[in-house]
Write a protein that binds this ligand. Sequence first.
Ligand SMILES: Cc1ncc(COP(=O)(O)O)c(C=O)c1O
Length: 373
Amino acid sequence: MSEFSDRIEKVSISGIREVFEAAGEDAINLGIGQPDFAAPEHARRAAIEAIKDGRADAYTENKGIRSLREAIAAKHERDQGIERHPDDIIATAGGSEALHIAMEAHVGSGDEVIIPDPGFVSYDALTKLADGTPVPVPLRDDLTLDPAAVEEAITDDTAAFIVNSPGNPTGAVSPPEDIREFARIADEHDVLCISDEVYEYTVFDGEFRSPAEFAETDNVVVVNSASKLYSMTGWRLGWVHGSSRRIERMVRAHQYVQACASAPAQFAAEAALTGPQGIVDEMTDSFQRRRDIVVDGLEDIGLTVPTPKGAFYAMPEVPDGFVDECLERGVIVVPGEAFGANGDGYARLSYATDEASLHEALDIMAEAYDAVV
Ligand SMILES: Cc1ncc(COP(=O)(O)O)c(C=O)c1O
């Protein structure tokens, strides 16, 4: 018997961390995937009041406080016209835990999970931790996930496929016809679609749609989170919604790994969802301005970059040695292969940083580019 599980030996610390550790202290960090805004004041206040009143001291229901789940249900009805009973929602420790329990509930030993490549680092790792096998699917040239490629990758062993639009690390937004296709594929092949919608509110071009709007079966579960919707990454509050039978399976994992999401964070997220929504437009407008700065700057350097339509990432094709040159000159960008083998030859830039730093970083990237071509 070996000391550590085969599962844990199959995953390693994310390549993103390694890049941070290699960078100097005053480097401009275009590596971090989190909004650079303050959380809404009313969300902070709600948590403080709940703490002061003693409402946040005890475990909550496993699925989360009822009023938060009602707020989440109301959000999805308002935004997507999806009617979800509050009992069919679990508040989780971020979208991360929501993805984890979705995998635990649906992926068995040897099952395959189709994931976008390049894609968010957790998809590969969480599949392996569930004892499944990741099946990476390359993206189209515009970095969207091709429904035909997903359909082709389905085998008798496929437990699930993951859709992430707007996407990390790409910033790509799938068009509504593709989202509709993902729902059809989930229905027709009787395979689960895990739709990771954590960047739902950050769309500049095109529109956000959810496969859950179109599916005729219950083969879609949706992961979302206050992290990117409301700039609340540190609060660790996300959720998953799906049919009763799927939620009932997911809560079995949730109750043992988490018991319940942090109570103060639940009160804060409820206030974020039900209070003034000004932060959403403010962040989107600001990210769009920064997207334009970054795309124009990268094109001026001579790099090819599909214009990101959402989230706050750009993924240019970069020459060999570019990422290291940037690091050496004090700009952190993440090598594309940290997000999957097909990310090789790309770099991910997060533009969730101030405009002055972005301009400075672009000047340095131009020097890095000249040094390697
Ligand atoms: C695509 C995607 N899904 C899920 C998450 C998890 O976010 P959190 O656990 O903070 O909600 C992230 C975080 O970067 C992400 O980029």
